[in-house]
Write a protein that binds this ligand. Structure first.
Ligand code: PXG
Ligand code: PLP
Length: 445
């Protein structure tokens, strides 16, 4: 309590936070271990969202902590601009060996947003190198989230992230979201029907713009941060076929799905569809240090290896691209995923989370429950004329009930760490139910 009162909250302009509301009633966490946070006054908060979808191996995993400490005692910083350090090369080789066949070149960045903007630049540069420089339009999807760079908000499909910046965006068009309330409200895992939603890419987008103007199609394998929207069986396969037919690059944004959340290293493997690029961030370093990247098909990389030999082939990079500390965290995380068989654990826990999440179908105001891998979205009916208010109230109530959740709109999210036990997942769901009930009760008063 005392340390909280001692913390002035004025100067820090918080990201993606209602600042005035937060600062009126700050919700602080001070430490974390395994699947829980602890508040300054000593309460335990179960981490129902793996931090922000990143802490798959649990907080302060000793193996990752040790590797980072060792790294700090060896090499704190080296850029990868015209010098190199072993960690970045080693991590790139490891990631290439885990990616689907053909994708074996890795560009490091520090976040998912940077990964998305990097991939868009690669796609545009690739087509120019191929003599098809007019291919510049990027196709995304409504309710897609690709971070907050100008590329990412352009191809992203979230009105709230675009509204203020609408006049400053890249050329993009959008397919419809795969969400269909009429057939999917309480679907478990992938919807069986709806693969034909992908045909819109050919029948509307390509028909309108012509394929020769389109550089790439960017989608999340399942949309995570807009409420866990799961593609129908066959949908991603169909997107791949259409992209092949019209020679469009297919990019999977695996910032949430990458490194285990779907029970394979990448959702591309879970869904059995090989894209041309994979974006990653978050879980790759277990959230212990900022790290993201783009895994690229060899042909795309090779097409860009042109020009005078003393000039960078791709004019792009960030000061901290492949930072030593981030790479140390990433290498240790890959060891942990392997040694603790975390992919297997995710596969085993998935039906448990599915059952536990769907047990909330009778909680007050629940209108839909979706799940895939270790992710579930529980959607509540919006309050009249106040979309998102009930979600936000439930998120706040959950914190008071000892659960960290996220609420995009009126959907509350459960995305537990891969190391959660079935009992811990049950407890998260029990606290979620308590939060939903508490919020509903406060409305009827
Ligand atoms: N792509 C996807 C698919 C993401 O989910 C980003 C890109 C951007 O990553 P960075 O590292 O720049 O934040 C994300 C990020 C939520 C939530 O509430 C999700 C994200 C970020 C913030 C909140 O689900 N995902
Ligand atoms: N702004 C200035 C003035 C810089 O010098 C740099 C990098 O050198 C940047 C922005 C970009 O920063 P980063 O490489 O961390 O993205």
């Amino acid at each position: 309590m005392s340390s909280m009162q001692a913390t002035a909250t004025d100067a820090f302009w918080m990201p993606f936070t209602p600042n005035r509301q937060f600062k009126a009633t700050p919700r602080m966490v001070e430490s974390a271990t395994g699947v829980s946070y602890r508040t300054p006054d000593g309460r335990e908060i179960l981490d129902g969202t793996s931090g922000l979808w990143c802490v798959g191996a649990g907080h302060r995993h000793p193996r990752i902590t040790e590797a980072m400490k060792r790294q700090l005692d060896t090499l704190d910083f080296a850029s990868n601009f015209q010098v190199g350090h072993p960690g970045a090369f080693e991590l790139a080789e490891r990631i290439a060996s885990l990616a689907p066949p053909g994708l074996d070149r890795v560009f490091f960045v520090n976040s998912g947003s940077e990964a998305c903007d990097t991939a868009i630049k690669m796609a545009i540069a690739y087509w120019r190198a191929c003599g098809e420089g007019e291919r510049q339009l990027i196709v995304g999807r409504e309710r897609g989230f690709h971070g907050v760079g100008f590329g990412g908000i352009s191809v992203g499909g979230m009105q709230a992230n675009r509204r203020v910046f609408g006049s400053a965006m890249l050329r993009a068009d959008h397919m419809r979201a795969t969400w269909d309330p009429a057939t999917q409200a309480f679907v478990r895992g992938q919807p069986q029907i709806g693969a034909e939603m992908a045909d819109e890419l050919e029948q509307r987008i390509i028909a309108l713009h012509h394929a020769s103007n389109i550089a790439a199609v960017i989608v999340e394998p399942f949309a995570g941060s807009t409420g866990v929207l799961v593609p129908p069986v066959g949908y991603l396969q169909r997107l791949r076929e259409i992209c092949d037919k019209h020679r469009l690059l297919l990019v999977f944004d695996e910032v949430i799905t990458g490194f285990g959340r779907t029970g394979e290293m990448f959702a591309a493997q879970t869904f059995g569809v090989v894209p041309d690029m994979i974006l990653f961030a978050k879980t790759v370093s277990n959230g212990a240090a900022p790290l993201g990247g783009v895994i690229v098909k060899r042909e795309i990389h090779d097409a860009l290896m042109q020009g005078p030999r003393h000039i960078s082939e791709f004019m792009h990079g960030y000061t901290c691209s492949g930072h030593p500390l981030s790479c140390a965290a990433g290498l240790a995380m890959l060891d942990v995923i392997d040694e603790e068989a975390l992919l297997q654990r995710v596969r085993e826990l998935t039906p448990h989370l599915e059952n536990a999440a769907h047990s909330l179908s009778d909680a007050p105001g629940v209108v839909s429950i979706r799940n895939f891998g270790l992710a579930a979205g529980i959607e509540l009916a919006p309050r009249p004329n106040a979309v998102g208010e009930r979600g936000a109230a439930t998120q706040a109530a959950a914190f008071d009930c000892g659960l960290l959740t996220r609420a995009p709109g009126d959907t509350v999210i459960l995305a537990p760490p891969f190391v959660s036990t079935p009992e811990q997942i049950n407890e998260m769901v029990a606290r979620m139910r308590a939060a939903i009930e508490k919020t509903a009760a406060s409305e009827t008063r």
